[in-house]
Design a protein around this ligand. Structure first.
Ligand code: SF4
Length: 286
């Protein structure tokens, strides 16, 4: 994450926009669900674009732009480049925007076949063969992970932006949150499949708190040792079952992609393809 905190030191309230690409709107709702803090946010930021919440519209420029959703249509591929040009800080929010989301499962298959299976009039739908994270297309200043994002991390990000400091967003495994909360380990003590050792915190170890394994909706933490945990899980499970653990909300993230691709291949969606989609080339980012 690269945040230029000097840009947030202006005395006037920063102009903030919230926009969506291909997504379910759940991450935007996290902002609206901050009921106790919403008025304070409204006083400290000028909310100039947020179609989910207000009819007030602005084409920018934005001091901060929160972007939800993956790039899934030709129109969105153009839109995100234009939005980047109008935003000083661009922050992606949620698994769709940061990892491609559940819709990235189509990246392993034949997109026209999937489209025909979902829509009664598929010829009316214009979509790309890929659903890709925003960072594959433009430079991103910060990411909030999760499906949906965590309200505390959102508040921390907004507070940091307003105060002109770097947000404190931990990159540690869900396991550490589990231990601090005194939870019994579902992996070691319960023998359940759990991706907590590989997954970034932020959820408060929600699933282990309900005695079920983490399914990595916050995506891989840095240096996630996917091979090691897969081998360990595979000692008592068929390989296909282990592969399926990775084929979820963040299956398209590079550390999880090979195992998720094998699961999708087993589902009969086609062969894992080389991710040669437009925009992923580092030099082509705006
Ligand atoms: Fe919805 Fe999850 Fe995507 Fe957020 S990350 S927009 S909650 S599907």
């Amino acid at each position: 994450m690269v945040i230029d905190t000097r840009q947030a030191e202006a005395t006037a309230p920063p102009r903030i926009g919230v926009v969506k690409l291909a997504s379910c709107d759940g991450c935007q709702l996290t902002l609206l669900d901050l009921e106790d803090e919403l008025l304070a946010i409204g006083e400290r930021f000028e909310l100039v674009e947020f179609p989910e919440a207000t009819s007030r519209r602005s084409e920018g420029p934005y001091d901060v732009l929160l972007v939800e959703g993956s790039v899934s249509t030709p129109e969105q591929a153009e839109q995100i480049v234009e939005l980047r040009e109008r935003a000083r800080l661009l922050v992606t929010i949620g698994a769709c925007a940061t990892a491609g989301g559940i819709q990235a499962m189509r990246n392993w298959g034949d997109e026209p076949t999937w489209r025909a299976a979902v829509y009664p009039d598929p010829e009316l739908i214009e979509s790309l063969p890929w659903a890709t994270p925003v960072a594959d297309h433009v430079r991103v200043d910060a990411e909030l992970r999760g499906c949906p994002i965590d309200p505390h991390q959102l508040l921390e990000l907004l507070t940091a932006l307003r105060l002109g400091r770097r947000p404190q967003l931990p990159d540690e495994a869900v396991c550490l949150a589990c231990k601090r909360l005194g939870r019994v380990c579902v992996l070691v003590a319960g023998g359940d499949a759990c991706l907590g050792p590989l997954t970034a915190t932020g959820c408060g170890a929600l699933c282990p708190g309900f005695a079920r394994g983490c399914y990595a909706c916050f995506g891989p933490r840095e240096q996630a040792n996917t091979a090691s945990l897969s081998a360990w899980l595979g000692t008592e499970r068929p390989a296909g079952e282990v592969d399926r653990l990775f084929a979820g909300f963040t299956g398209w993230s590079p550390p999880f992609r090979p195992r998720a691709g094998r699961a999708m291949e087993a589902f009969g969606t086609g062969s894992p393809r080389d991710p040669g989609h437009p925009g992923q080339d580092e030099e082509s980012r705006t």
